[in-house]
Design a protein around this ligand. Structure first.
Ligand code: ZN
Length: 234
């Protein structure tokens, strides 16, 4: 089982860990700061045991790091890991921008999100609009950029499942869909704007995101409209 260090400290860039599994070009660790692909967020890259990490995946309770070259470390070895921080920080800015987008759209139009995906500094997110309001692209861009500039603080906490499922803000984001076997729910709170059960990595306040630009709006069918955006420096 791999301890997920990024859940409590998204700014951890270097760490040491013990190798718990080795297979062809992949290493499992007892703890990691590398984010594995999931929840719409692309994985981290970087260096592990002196080897380039090209992909990170969660398999059951273990995180496997795909590496290039060799030789590979042995099970039980203590190794050092270092993230590509430029990429990770771009993903954090992008992930936070998407939560701001969700919060703004809910506050303005009471429309929920249905899905999304992100790469560093670019993302798409789908919402249950039918149809999109007139002037939506420009209006949502203005609202998101105002919220980013307002520099809302972002707090990460861990709530017992019983408490989380009674929280009105979390109910809106379908916290009840999380399996009952999960005893503790991680909550990412953009204080005063958006609160979600979330396993991703985020910046400390919305000012750190920069600005967004709505690149494209797409009609993906009834009750499903796609917003494509990019994150740019403020
Ligand atoms: Zn998220």
């Amino acid at each position: 089982m791999t301890e997920l260090l990024y859940l409590r400290d998204a700014y951890l860039t270097h760490f040491s860990a013990r190798v718990t599994g080795v297979r062809e070009q992949a290493i499992a660790l007892d703890r990691t700061a590398f984010y594995p692909t999931g929840g719409g967020q692309a994985c981290d890259t970087g260096v592990l045991a002196g080897l380039a990490v090209t992909e990170v995946r969660k398999e059951g309770a273990d995180v496997w790091h795909t590496v290039q070259g060799g030789p590979l470390p042995a099970e039980g070895d203590e190794v050092e890991g270092a993230l590509d921080w430029t990429r990770r920080h771009q993903l954090m800015r992008t992930h936070t921008a998407l939560h701001v987008l969700c919060g703004v759209i809910w506050n303005e139009w009471q429309v929920p999100v249905t899905g999304g995906n992100m790469e560093p500094l670019s993302a798409r997110m789908d919402f249950e609009f039918d149809p999109l309001p007139d002037g939506f692209g420009q209006r949502v861009e203005e609202l998101v950029n105002a919220a980013l500039a307002a520099d809302f603080p972002i707090e990460v906490s861990f709530l017992p499942r019983d408490t989380a499922v009674r929280d009105a803000d979390l109910i809106r984001t379908k916290v009840n869909m999380i399996p009952e076997s999960v005893p503790e729910i991680r909550v990412v709170d953009i204080v005063g704007l958006d609160k979600q059960a979330d396993g991703g990595t985020h910046v400390r306040s919305t000012g750190e995101v920069g600005r967004i630009r709505v690149v494209k709006l797409e009609n993906k069918g009834k009750g499903n409209k796609r917003v494509r955006l990019e994150v740019i420096d403020a």
